[in-house]
Design a binder for this molecule. Structure first.
Ligand SMILES: *Cc1c(COP(=O)(O)O)cnc(C)c1O
Length: 378
């Protein structure tokens, strides 16, 4: 097995180019760098792409989740069902509003909540559920929305990883009550840091816009645009969760690349599936029956080999892989919180790893990764 021209292989590379640099520069030169016209344009374009009526840009998916729970009125005494198998921000958002996160297990293949895993842990105090499209693998939102409606629980969709993923031919969180998105560089499209809430509900959208901007009745951009002085008032305790126009300028360029980036990631994933087919005991993540993944995280579940030894072998070959998705209930911040056994969560977090996958990855780089993995799993 030969190394690829002495270069190390990263786990992901943001697809940023000269066009994004020019767009950021144009925003700076315009003199308007805070939340303004470019943010408004990015919101409209992103919401249209996501199949949502409204988009409200914020600083991150973490703050998007926070505001989603605020507008739902979730607070102390309420329980919110979340997967433990997720980036820790999913559970943290529940604590930000003073509610109690309750961990549910996930499906072993998709890594996502199902009606059955929610049913095990729901109680009379369950006010909401946060379902994650883990690593870009869509959750079956049709099934989840139906059971949550029947149980009288609000469903928030953590779509941090899911730009460009689909469910039954539609964007993964189209029609969501509230969905939260991330534009961190580890995701498929990026604005450096950044996030968005999408919703079809105009009242939610109005309240979200107010909450991200200190609870102000009139936005700073609107006041600035008005010929006459406009006096704002502060209607409730809000936050400063505003995105900048510099970020939105980058986001608009990234959004135009989204379809091509997802197509390329799916091509690379198909290539991995071919290369991994003859590795017994190595099970790569796949599309679920009801949708398509953008393969934001391409994980493999190891049946026999030791995951940490495989990671070490990859690192020695200068391949930057990652452990699989974390499990919040195993972290000190959430020790003792799990109220039920989470066998699939623990298996996935212990025995899976995320392989490198980025848009300009070459066939020979993928072959090298699989060769090193094959030797490590022998
Ligand atoms: C990345 C991620 C987040 C956090 O996104 P930020 O924009 O970094 O706050 C939340 N949930 C999931 C599932 C994620 O993967």
């Amino acid at each position: 097995m030969t190394a690829v021209a002495g270069r190390s292989i990263p786990v992901i590379v943001p697809a940023l180019g000269e066009e994004e640099a020019q767009a950021a520069a144009a925003a700076v030169r315009s003199g308007w760098v805070a939340q303004g016209p470019r943010v408004a344009e990015f919101e409209r374009a992103f919401a249209a792409d996501a199949g949502a009526g409204h988009g409200v840009a914020v600083t991150s998916c973490t703050t998007a989740l926070h505001l989603a729970l605020v507008v739902l009125g979730v607070g102390p005494g309420d329980e919110v069902v979340v997967p433990s198998l997720s980036f820790i921000a999913t559970a943290n958002a529940v604590r930000y509003v003073g509610a109690t996160p309750v961990f549910a297990d996930v499906d072993l293949l998709s890594g996502n909540l199902t009606p059955e895993t929610i049913d095990v842990v729901r109680t009379r105090r369950t006010k909401a559920v946060i379902a994650v499209h883990q690593g870009g693998v869509p959750a079956d939102v049709d099934a989840l929305r139906a059971v949550c409606a029947g149980w009288g629980m609000a469903l928030v969709e953590d779509a941090a990883c899911a730009a460009g993923s689909t469910v039954r031919g539609r964007p993964a969180s189209a029609g969501a009550l509230l969905a939260a998105w991330s534009f961190h560089p580890r995701k498929v499209i990026t604005t450096g840091e950044g996030g968005m809430v999408t919703t079809d509900d105009p009242d939610f959208a109005t309240r979200l816009r107010r909450l991200r901007e200190h609870g102000m009745s009139v936005s700073a951009a609107e006041r600035h645009a008005s010929a006459q002085p406009v006096l704002e008032s502060y209607l409730e305790t809000g936050f400063n969760y505003r995105m900048t126009d510099i970020q939105a300028a980058v986001g608009l360029v990234q959004l135009r690349k989204l379809a091509a980036l997802v197509a390329r990631r799916r091509e690379l994933a198909a290539n991995y599936h071919r290369l991994l087919a003859d590795l017994p005991g190595v099970h790569p993540v796949r599309d679920p029956s009801y949708g398509t993944s953008n393969f934001q995280s391409f994980w493999v579940l190891l049946e026999r080999a030791n995951r940490d030894e495989a990671l070490a072998a990859l690192a020695s070959a200068r391949i930057s892989a990652r452990r699989g998705i974390m499990a919040a209930h195993l972290e000190p911040a959430y020790r003792g919180v799990a109220s039920t056994r989470l066998p699939n969560t623990e298996r996935l977090t212990r025995d899976s790893l995320i392989l490198p996958l980025y848009h300009d990855m070459t066939d020979s780089e993928q072959e090298y990764v699989v060769d090193v993995l094959r030797a490590a799993c022998a």
